[in-house]
Design a protein around this ligand. Sequence first.
Ligand code: NAD
Length: 484
Amino acid sequence: MTADTTILNYINGNLQAPQSGRFLDNYDPSTGSIYSQIPDSDSQDVQLAVDAARNAFPSWSSCGVQERSRVMLRIADLISKNLDALAKAESQDNGKPMWLSSSVDIPRAESNFRFFATAILHFSSEAHRMEQLAINYTIRQPIGIVGCISPWNLPLYLFTWKIAPALATGNCVVAKPSELTPMTAYLLAKICQEAGLPPGVLNIVHGLGGNTGQAIVDHPEIKAISFTGGTQTGRTIAATAAPMFKKLSLELGGKNPNIIFADCDFDEMMDTTMRSSFSNNGQICLCGSRIYVERPIYDRFREEIVKRTRDLKVGNPLSEQVDLGALVSKAHLEKIQSYLKLAQEEGGQILCGGAIIDHKEAHLRNGYYLSPAVIEGLPIHCRTNQEEIFGPVVTIAPFDTEEEAIALANGTVYGLASTLWTSNLQRATRVAEQLQSGIVWVNCWMLRDLRTPFGGVKNSGVGREGGLEALRFFTEAKNVCLKY
Ligand code: NAD
């Protein structure tokens, strides 16, 4: 399987150019150079995708769960078989180290298909008996045509996280990956062809958010939208979809707190905190970007995080030796730099990092590389601590009491994930209950069980994905009341 230099849409089982004939440049973040072309699709292409999905729906929704499961498992097998090619493509498109895409992103994409291909075999619905009178039974039917829109940070991982439950429940899908990282979605289309997925069941339309994405959200025949991306985009999508009464699942931004009590296992906390701060260059919606440390261990923590952050190697994503690769785009690099400047203007002190990497290898010099940064001395209400930066930047601050830690953690408009470090079980349960977030990790981070509900509160989103939640989202419940 090769990553071609011209990416094509996947509509009605065919790989095809956009109707307009227009293409966009796709950059390799590790070199800053254009390496492929991506369709600049518009509403005409989305209409073709909807037509194909409409035609495919009757047979896909009625062929039975065994058949759907069988095709999806074949897709999972082919993702596994093409692991190296997919991992390489993901690294080139996104800038993340290849060891990361081959150990996390692509295996997780395979698991998403495998998980929902088998979960659907165990899906059931309720019956409610009214004694001597009637029986109510609930059936869960596919919605019809659904839209799945995903971001660039975990490209194939999040794309398949939406598509797999939508297909398993019998829907036909019009999907759009991020225009910044389209390559593995294109390769997935080839895999679907090889796996024998019937034409029109999954359609992948590439292009810009405001054009292709908006056309998907606008389309009256697309009855549900599952979106992962920024909070502002989520707001725009909600404003379009709500008057059309579309079902919506919105997985949005975060500004996640990491609360560290002095009684934690320091070494384990330190190892995991380095990952929760800087994995994937901090470009994971679940990364902890605000670190609050109980005062007795604050100085030790501060010294350790600065030392370890300075030791992180930033460089060519294809090298096994690097910890962090390139940031996804020039615009994103500039956004992060602007926040580093803002942090200083707001009175923060950059303890380490925040510099552009000066590479010896000439071909990497125009890539988007930044050294990871630790910032100290900022109050909770400043913009640096309130707005999502989504890069290799964390702020650190001490706290004195449990109440203060909870207030700091809850002190933003976001509520996606929190991490808590303590060996006191009572405190763990007490604090976890009070944290305003959809996910709380205690003494761990990113430990994912695909059966659990996944999503955020406040401005981090609406609805939940994962396990039964996703199967419920992609179905409509119908109650049938049968009188004896
Ligand atoms: P983004 O909102 O810019 O784009 C996400 C997707 O939406 C892209 O495919 C884009 O083309 C599309 N889009 C943009 N405008 C659109 C519109 N008007 N209509 C329809 N689609 C549109 O987000 P991004 O920069 O790609 O991703 C980073 C963001 O995603 C961060 O805020 C991060 O926290 C968030 N994220 C959240 C989760 C989660 O599970 N909550 C997971 C990963 C990333």
